[in-house]
Ligand binder design. Structure first.
Ligand SMILES: Cc1cc2nc3c(=O)[nH]c(=O)nc-3n(C[C@H](O)[C@H](O)[C@H](O)COP(=O)(O)OP(=O)(O)OC[C@H]3O[C@@H](n4cnc5c(N)ncnc54)[C@H](O)[C@@H]3O)c2cc1C
Length: 483
């Protein structure tokens, strides 16, 4: 097999985890290559995204900032150039806080950052497996228009989102079975523009209860947020006044369209906001196509899911124009190119994050980042969109929980790290949101660079994580000093 090149660190998958790993590894001094199957970087952030609330959840409920590093750096960079909405004012930076970015400018910025940090790119290349000696991975195997090649590396970081490569390398994983559970549904998202926001705002002023609904089980914090949202809706004068609310559920409109036979039953007709150049705001619908029981590790399900999602998108577009006030003139501006997958494999590592760690606000000696994210629910392919998960509450003392390094070290395979939404957790504390994918990516990148330099395996690094933590802090991460 042709040898494409030899690197310290080889990263498979260029989503938010992969690009963060690449930047961090290169900044930590490693010769780094990033392999991506498409010609564009970003994955679910901007290719199958944009996300409704990409840059939120950096603060705990006490108002302390718990997450930083590359996630913060990229937001500031976009904001400076007018491609991101600012963070909410300091008094509102508590728990659920929204900060939207322009997905296309995000994608362009990431290419600049690859060049600035001297990350080599291998695009249009599908990683298909690894080269192994015993349990040790020695490189990633790719297929592309030039044929089949091996990219040799001292450490491989698996960031493909679904864990295909770690699974093929022999790492154990967990995944929910269709026979027992409803898999969180994948979606095709789309944006609309050309609506008359003034008409929509008039509807929001007059019908705030139709939009702000209690989705979960009526916790005090949720009721407070709903109350605040209703006040905002009543008093909104322009679309920017709606943006801080984040998700507009439009439950009454969804139910009416469904009752009239003009809508499907698999998601709500609500939207989030996408900032565009010149202060323009688009509506982004990301819950309006949701494929029921699609196992994204089964290519037959994936193929059928792509067809079904688009069927639902057409229905949703027509219903949006017919039922949402101000949207009769709206048109489709962006449809994502492939199914955006919520739930597949979790690769089992040397530590599996547990629900009790999350809600107990657990602190670990090998902390590589923090999270304040508790959704309290699973996505479900119904017009209610979210289903409450029993046992979920708030994090102890309104604080955060630590992410331990051992979550990134897969069992039974040497010289490999994993990052992104596949990291080792129980199902109900699945770390599938963007801030955590960037944090785990950044930590895996630094860890891989240190291992490559010292000639040790990621598992051996577990014994002494001081240099890893010091480097992460130098790179802007927050590892201590907060609840
Ligand atoms: C509908 C929906 C809405 C969401 N909304 C939000 C939100 O509002 N806020 C939020 O924080 N999070 C949101 N999320 C979650 C978040 O978008 C994802 O969890 C996150 O983007 C995943 O990042 P990742 O890097 O782990 O994986 P991905 O983004 O999936 O990246 C994987 C990358 O690897 C590439 N790849 C895959 N296989 C191979 C291969 N074999 N060889 C080479 N390359 C490969 C892919 O092309 C891709 O670029 C949402 C998710 C969904 C499904």
């Amino acid at each position: 097999m042709e040898i494409y090149g030899e690197y310290d660190v080889v990263i498979a998958g260029g989503g938010t985890a992969g690009v963060s790993a690449a930047i961090a590894s290169a900044r930590a001094g490693a010769r780094t290559i990033l392999i991506e199957r498409f010609g564009v970087l970003g994955g679910q952030m901007n290719v199958s995204g944009p996300p409704g609330f990409a840059y939120c959840h950096l603060w705990n409920k006490r108002g302390e900032q718990c997450l930083a590093g590359i996630i913060e750096e990229t937001h500031h960079r976009l904001e400076k150039d007018g491609h991101a909405l600012p963070y909410p004012p300091p008094e509102e930076r508590r728990g659920r806080a929204f900060a939207f970015v322009d997905p296309d400018w995000w994608g362009l910025m990431i290419f600049e950052m690859m060049t600035e940090n001297k990350v080599d790119l291998l695009l249009h290349s599908l990683a298909v497996g690894v080269l192994k000696e015993g349990d040790a991975v020695r490189g990633g195997i790719v297929e592309n228009t030039s044929g089949r090649q091996v990219v040799l590396g001292k450490v491989i970081i698996e960031c493909t989102g679904e864990g295909d490569i770690a699974a093929r390398a022999g790492a154990p994983y967990e995944q929910v079975s269709k026979d027992e559970f409803e898999i969180e549904p994948p979606s095709i998202s789309f944006t609309m523009d050309g609506m008359d926001w003034n008409k929509f705002i008039k509807y929001a002023n007059e019908n705030p209860e139709d939009i702000m609904v209690v989705r979960r089980r009526g916790e005090a914090s949720e009721l407070q947020a709903v109350k605040k949202g209703i006040e905002r809706l009543k008093n909104a004068r322009n679309v920017m006044d709606l943006v801080p609310i984040g998700a507009l559920a439009l439950r009454a409109i969804t139910e009416k369209a469904l009752a009239n036979g003009d809508y499907h039953q698999y998601g709500d007709l609500g939207f989030f906001f996408t900032p565009r150049e010149g202060g323009k705001i688009q509506a982004i619908f990301q819950h309006s196509s949701q494929v029921y029981q699609c196992d994204a590790t089964d290519v037959r399900d994936l193929t059928a899911g792509e067809v079904e999602a688009r069927r639902q998108v057409v229905i949703a577009l027509k219903a949006a124009r017919k039922y949402i006030p101000g949207f009769d003139t709206a048109y489709l501006t962006r449809i994502t190119s492939y199914l955006r997958i919520r739930e597949t494999r979790r690769i089992m590592g040397d530590y599996k994050l547990a629900m009790e760690d999350v809600y107990g606000g657990k602190k670990f000696k090998d902390v590589i980042g923090k999270s304040v994210m508790t959704m309290g629910s699973h996505h479900t392919a119904t017009i209610h969109t979210l289903a409450f998960v029993p046992g979920r509450t708030e994090i102890k003392d309104g604080g955060s929980f630590d992410l331990p390094y051992r979550m990134l070290v897969p069992q039974k395979v040497e010289n490999m790290l994993v990052a992104g939404k596949m990291v080792s957790t129980e199902r109900d504390c699945y770390l599938r949101f963007l801030p955590e994918t960037m944090e785990t990516g950044q930590a895996a990148g630094v860890a891989a660079a240190i291992c490559a330099r010292k000639g040790i395996t990621p598992r051996q690094l577990e014994k002494d994580v001081k240099e890893l933590q010091d480097t992460l802090v130098k790179q802007g991460a927050i590892l201590s000093g907060t609840h």
